[in-house]
Design a protein around this ligand. Structure first.
Ligand SMILES: NC(=O)c1ccc[n+]([C@@H]2O[C@H](COP(=O)([O-])OP(=O)(O)OC[C@H]3O[C@@H](n4cnc5c(N)ncnc54)[C@H](OP(=O)(O)O)[C@@H]3O)[C@@H](O)[C@H]2O)c1
Length: 391
């Protein structure tokens, strides 16, 4: 039995992961689960999977829930410290980090410290502190198993290959819901339109990141750290059908790709069962009905967010953490209808411009840069609101 903890079990990745566990009940024992605020769903998950410990990080939960969980003999911890306690348990083989945003960073470090392999969905962790995370994992002999479909595709293509023979990584991008919109049309898109992703059902933050294409930028940085490939050898290809999940090109010109119907259970299960493959009940590709696969160059004039991500990793140090934090806050304001869609990228750009990066930062310096960027965007949005009112 593989013993697993799922941080963020109530989210899109977390729920898919529990479906994978459900389909492999003899393979997995669930040790820990966590939620931010969907406590009722967490309780339902506890009834089915009977973890030993759960964490609730949000403030708002009914006190009776403690009693109900106690009756199930489940320990309850709360807040950021509770999440770190859960991530630090040593009776776990794999920790699936399915948290959203910067909340994923410290628990990942805690689990690595305890020699626990990480199935990583939370790309923000690597964007913020890729160098620290990957070198610490190497030092501890801990595997970082990619869950993002693109990175899982690359990881699968690399099985049996020598990483030194890679010449390029090509990350595929669906283009999101606004691929065919003009720059002018993008000014007025609504939150509801942005949340309507053509191919994937995901949490709100990553869905907005897909619409701005910041998600692809974050993935370029994630791929850089996971596979130790220079950023100049990582490219993005728009492939609207999301059938090819990414390519690896080798020095002899050969390309390998991983294909499949878009279903996050595939990369989640691969990360959890690696190096084995298990049966999965999922849609199979049908080449009688699949008429075409298309490829395009990304339009970075329309979607400049991805370029900012490339720039941040070139600047290095704390710059990617600042990009990430500014983006998280700007997405929050967009979701709350305080700023327009193109302003998300504009605020990230302004924050990066103002930031004086620190090279080879410590975790504390990364966290300080994250806080600085959040304050910067909060202030910038507030100023813009005042300007709008006084107009
Ligand atoms: N969804 C996908 O298909 C997909 C694909 C590739 C990569 N990813 C990556 O996987 C990660 C998770 O994405 P998702 O779509 O599953 O997100 P999601 O649906 O928003 O779920 C996030 C999970 O984290 C919890 N959470 C939210 N804020 C938190 C905080 N401040 N502290 C602790 N826990 C918090 C949520 O609790 P509540 O349920 O209470 O909100 C939920 O359990 C992201 O990094 C994303 O980029 C996702």
């Amino acid at each position: 039995m593989k013993r697993i903890t799922i941080l963020g079990s109530t989210g899109s990745i977390g729920r898919n992961a529990l479906e994978v566990v459900e389909g492999n009940r003899d393979e997995f024992e669930v040790i820990g689960l966590s939620t931010h605020q969907r406590v009722e769903l967490l309780y339902q998950q506890c009834l089915i999977f009977k973890p030993k410990m759960v964490c609730i990080t949000g403030n708002d939960f009914p006190i009776e829930l403690f009693e109900k969980l106690k009756q199930l003999e489940i320990d309850v911890v709360t807040g950021k410290d509770g999440l770190r306690e859960l991530a630090s348990r040593t009776d776990v083989d794999v920790l699936l980090n399915a948290l959203v945003g910067s909340a994923g960073l410290l628990p990942t470090l805690d689990a690595i410290e305890k020699n626990i392999d990480i199935a990583l969905a939370n790309k923000e962790t690597l964007v913020m502190a890729g160098e620290i995370i990957t070198s610490f994992a190497k030092q501890k002999g801990v595997k970082i198993l990619p869950v993002d479909s693109e990175h899982s595709a690359i990881f699968q293509c690399l099985q049996g290959e020598n990483a030194k023979t890679i010449s390029r990584l090509l990350l595929t991008a669906s283009g999101g819901p606004f691929y065919d919109f003009s720059i002018n049309e993008l000014k007025d898109v609504t939150v509801e339109q942005a949340l309507d992703h053509p191919n994937w059902e995901m949490g709100k933050k990553i869905t907005i990141d897909s619409a701005t294409m910041m998600n692809k930028g974050l993935e370029v940085i994630e791929a850089h750290w996971l596979f130790h490939i220079p950023i100049s050898q990582i490219e993005v290809v728009v492939h609207q059908q999301s059938i090819i999940h990414s390519f690896v090109e080798f020095i002899d010109g050969s390309l390998k790709a991983q294909l499949g119907a878009p279903d996050m259970k595939v990369p989640i299960q691969y990360a959890l069962t690696y190096p084995n493959r298990h049966y999965l009940q999922t849609e199979r590709l049908n080449f009688d009905t699949l008429k075409k696969l298309t490829f395009d160059k990304p339009d970075y004039k329309k979607f400049p967010a991805c370029v900012l991500a490339y720039e941040s990793i070139k600047k290095g140090g704390t710059a990617p953490a600042v990009l990430n934090a500014a983006n998280e806050v700007a997405v929050f304001y967009f979701l709350n209808k305080k700023i327009r869609f193109p302003s998300i990228t504009k605020f990230v750009e302004q924050t990066l411009e103002k930031h004086r990066e620190i090279q080879n930062p410590t975790i504390d310096e990364i966290i300080a840069a994250d806080v600085w960027a959040r304050n910067f965007v909060n202030e910038a949005v507030r100023k813009e609101e005042i300007l709008q009112v006084s107009f």
